[in-house]
Design a protein around this ligand. Sequence first.
Ligand SMILES: Nc1ncnc2c1ncn2[C@@H]1O[C@H](COP(=O)(O)OP(=O)(O)OP(=O)(O)O)[C@@H](O)[C@H]1O
Length: 502
Amino acid sequence: MDIASTFTTLLVEDSMSLGALYTEYLRADGARVTHVNHGEDALNELKQWQPDLLVLDIQLPDMSGMDILETVQQSYPDITVIMITAHGTIDIAVDAMRSGAFDFLVKPFYAKRLSITVRNALKQRQLVSLVAKYESSLPKPNFMGFIGESLAMQTVYKTIDCVANSKASAFIIGESGTGKEVCANAIHHAGSRCDGPFVALNCASIPKDLIESEIFGHTKGAFTGAIANRDGAATRAHNGTLFLDEICEMDLELQSKLLRFIQTGVFQRVGGTKEEKVDVRFVSATNRIPWDEVKAGRFREDLFYRLHVIPIELPPLRTRDKDILLLASTLLKEYNKEEGKKFKCFSPEAKQCLKSYSWPGNVRQLQNVVRQIVVLNDSDTVELDMLPIQLNSQSPVSNKPKHYQRAEDVSAQAIDTKAFIGEIGQVAALADTEDVAPQHAVKVDDDSIEPLWLSEKRTIEKAIALCDGNVPKAAALLDISASTIYRKRQTWEELQSSLSHS
Ligand SMILES: Nc1ncnc2c1ncn2[C@@H]1O[C@H](COP(=O)(O)OP(=O)(O)OP(=O)(O)O)[C@@H](O)[C@H]1O
């Protein structure tokens, strides 16, 4: 606010004559003044509009000025308050300053005294707003779970800030490991729904025939195994956010049910006849290029337009030069603590190598690499030879993937050649279990050939055993995420049970 310009003031003074006098003083200083005599009137005015300055008498006929000050501090903290006090209430005025009032004036006072106090108050307001403006223009090194100060991430933070309070559907795209789930969480927690639930559903990891019940719930007896009524994600997300991760993997038939739910907020449980209505904000994400999926007929166009209201694109790590080292050092500190190591920094050569690598698995891959380094080495500086050799021999992944890749698919490129890791790495690099269709289990004539998933299973189990049953540690050494191991374990069980039934 420009000090020279006019400012608004609410004057609360029960004496009509003093009120008229102070109004005159304030107007001479450029104020637009509204004068009220009672505390209740002041509170009503504040509900309608907020002045730049509140000049507040402590002793009012219906309440204490201190009560009004408390309300202002809680509900309108941007208002600058100047208290007016009589001689006998100076102690209260001092308390008022401790509670956030800018200054106090002792009655009687002259126009000049009021003028000086008002000028000081306006100057302070101007400084506070300048600092806030300056702070908001500085790059933020982190934001709601994100680490990153690159320009691209600042744009993401700004978008999240802008959309958090809206109910409009947000659609996050980005390669695997770029932080789409972090982003969905940030949208929820930065907005007015933060006290409500955040329910995440991964459309790719739930079997096709279970996903409808996962979203909408089911009634008792709806299908074999439905032994009781069960709420789905839609019900659990009421008054909060429903995050549909890997939305492009959703079955087309279910997409049309989802479309109706998004349009109306109304749905039916599997096996149910009653319609239920909820208030949910939708956030979706995919690591595919959604429009390509629409063109290929795998993703409904009408659903795309419903969900793709606010697009947010998370940039790949390789385009965020500045963030690679910031993330690497933050992770180094975090993993040091967890693993009881004493690493302090990266050598200049190691830094250069981290910066020039293409990071096809993005932040998740960087997490794995730093975890590997910390687990396998003991020093205070991360040297070049502690980095997985693939970082030196550059990734074959193109800078512009036709469709984004899963971090686990590409993370094998970051496997170290150290003896134990080498063996694990070879198998981890072979295939992702998701590609292992049941026909791999078909018996072949040559008994020396076994299904790929069995050798992968053995390798992963060996890694877990070598890590004394510590799955996250084994996952880090295998350069896959712990959740991949858990998912694979589930798939093995299914494969083994289908084999024993065949
Ligand atoms: N900018 C970031 N700052 C800090 N951590 C990050 C950042 N981006 C991602 N991460 C971390 O990387 C990991 C992967 O992030 P997340 O699961 O959100 O990625 P994603 O894009 O949803 O991946 P996917 O498509 O494979 O599900 C998480 O542990 C997350 O906390």
